[in-house]
Design a binder for this molecule. Sequence first.
Ligand code: NAP
Ligand code: MN
Length: 268
Amino acid sequence: MRVAIVYNHRPETLAVVQELEKLLVAHRIVRNDDHPEVVVTVGGDGTLLKAFHRYLPQIDHVRFIGVHTGHLGFYTDWRNYDVDRMVDALSRRQPSSVSYPLLQLKITAKDGVHVYTALNETTLKGIAKTLEARVYIKNEFFESFRGDGLCVSTPTGSTAYSKSLGGAVIHPRLKALQMTEIASINNRVFRTLSSPIVIAPDEWITIIPGEMTDFVVTLDGHQLWHRQIEKLEYRISSHVIRFDKFEHTHFWSRVEDAFIGWDDTGQK
Ligand code: NAP
Ligand code: MN
């Protein structure tokens, strides 16, 4: 068993990482950050996002375990005081995992074609002026967009940026992509659907930005830099992210814990 550790630099995280390193040695589990079978992240969802992009070239061969040192996260459902049990389980059990869909973004620009994979979402946003773009679904014209921007997210990303934009929370077992609007302009001249849409697994979205528009493209919180983007295509990736299944918290419990926080008597 080869295990990699990715972590943030908060003091409480570093303490957990130290303990984790000791436990791995005690269980004769090899630390191998270059070619791991399991990637353990310690920190928050942001830490898991970072680890995902680092191990993306090996995504078909690794599974992730997220330990959180802050609040319970969506990708990080092991509590920091659980590391002992987690390492114990890793050393004894047969590997089993759950997998969630990823988003493939293909950018056609003056400098060539570039393919990216997102775990949460990708956005297209106007900078100072409004973004103008034509939206196609399955190569059929759908709408002409004017406003701040558009966000396309995965089911696991539906609790992140997409949710702030009024998107639905989508169970990650569904193979779907959701597109949400960022401040669309709707008046007698410009008209968009104005509600989030969820597309089916065999569908894809194409966005053609207006030629005069200045915009940025972000992917999981990072900006992508390309000269003169002509076209962006979004579809469900042929790859998935795998999480270790042991004690994976029920999805709706995580949603409830993160956003509502009532206990089972109905009290805050
Ligand atoms: P960040 O500013 O630390 O992340 C923003 C918050 O989003 C953090 O609380 C993070 O949790 C949480 N988060 C990340 N992925 C999530 C998920 N799948 N479900 C629920 N919450 C999630 O920046 P970052 O850590 O590098 O994360 C980048 C992400 O920030 C982007 O992918 C985007 O989803 C999100 N974002 C949101 C907005 C918005 O809501 N208006 C704007 C920009 C970006 P942790 O504290 O556990 O890391
Ligand atoms: Mn973060």
